[in-house]
Design a protein around this ligand. Structure first.
Ligand code: ZN
Length: 49
């Protein structure tokens, strides 16, 4: 508990958010690294997208 100093995420080259996981080499937001396509945002459609 507490010691969460190590950042596992860095800036993603594609979506620009700090969601690129170092260890997995995958962006958890847009899927960069795991898929050539943008990750689908099914959960975003509810917000009128
Ligand atoms: Zn991304």
């Amino acid at each position: 508990m507490g010691l969460r100093h190590k950042r596992s995420h860095t800036r993603c080259r594609r979506c620009g958010s700090i969601s690129f996981n170092f260890k997995r080499k995958v962006c958890v937001k847009c899927g960069f690294g795991s898929t050539p396509k943008m990750r689908s945002h099914k959960w975003m459609r509810k917000a009128g997208y």
